[in-house]
Design a protein around this ligand. Structure first.
Ligand SMILES: [Zn+2]
Length: 255
């Protein structure tokens, strides 16, 4: 009953927003990944994007001028990972804040040497546990198979992957598993891939992913997810077991 009421209210809001298919097409036309979704799948992605916009609150950080086209594009990138999972996977947060450029969080932080800093480095994106998701529009525009030190990158997919990861025991690189998946297999394969890349990095060998992935298991999952959608052929060739598990998790086969 509540679910039906929610849907009815959302449908009304979607109608009121009044976005058209052609507005959506022009907002996403410069994102090559979108070409992978055709026919009924493309219609489903567009419909999910409109519903996402009805459910979430977008706001601008600083004095940035946020447009409808920007919201449509970010929402579409956010919906691609959950296209086969459902929008309810994003029910654990409400707000998306978009800055024009990299943003500087207003908080103190401590580096490994124990020094407390108040002048923070700029960030391209950030996802808070049960809090908002923050993005820099400049980074949203820099997506593709070679944008991160020559490796695949998509800051929107990266931050939303963190949100999926956080659904189970916080951000630890293991999102909730589907009933047909084995959590032990996920742990073993991701750990083995992590160790291989760590060793490649220590020996200055070329990595299949951006080196930032080796910061923590949570970053490893987020960077693998970006690569899975932005450069799937490369991921399938270089990390076939991780690719196979991501196919099972996202229920998509982008390569
Ligand atoms: Zn991250």
């Amino acid at each position: 009953m509540l679910k039906r009421l929610r849907r009815w209210l959302e449908d009304r809001r979607i109608k009121k927003m009044g976005f058209t298919a052609s507005e959506w097409e022009s907002a996403v036309s410069d994102w090559p990944v979108i070409a992978r979704y055709q026919g009924a799948e493309r219609d489903a992605l567009r419909a999910m994007t409109f519903r996402f916009l009805a459910r979430k609150n977008f706001s601008a950080g600083g004095d940035f001028q946020l447009t409808d086209a920007m919201c449509l594009k970010v929402a579409t990138m956010a919906c691609v990972p959950v296209l086969q999972l459902g929008l309810d996977w994003y029910d654990n947060f409400y707000s998306i804040i978009i800055y024009g450029d990299d943003f500087v969080p207003n908080r103190v932080y401590r580096t490994d040497d124990g020094v407390v800093h108040t002048n923070n480095p700029g960030l391209s994106g950030e996802a808070w546990l049960r809090g908002p998701l923050i993005l820099s529009w400049q980074s949203v525009c820099q997506t593709g198979p070679d944008v991160r030190h020559g490796k695949a990158g998509n800051v929107v997919i990266h931050e939303f992957a963190h949100k999926l990861d956080m659904l189970r025991d916080g951000a630890n690189g293991a999102p909730p598993m589907h009933p047909d998946m084995k959590p032990g297999e996920w742990h073993d394969i991701f750990s083995a891939a992590w160790e291989r890349l760590q060793s490649d990095s220590n020996h200055h060998r070329a990595l299949p992913l951006d080196g930032y992935s080796l910061t923590s298991p949570a970053e490893f999952f987020a960077v693998c997810s970006e690569t899975f959608f932005e450069d799937p052929d490369n991921m399938k060739a270089q990390l076939p077991d991780v690719y196979r598990l991501l196919c099972q998790f996202y229920r998509q086969q982008p390569a």
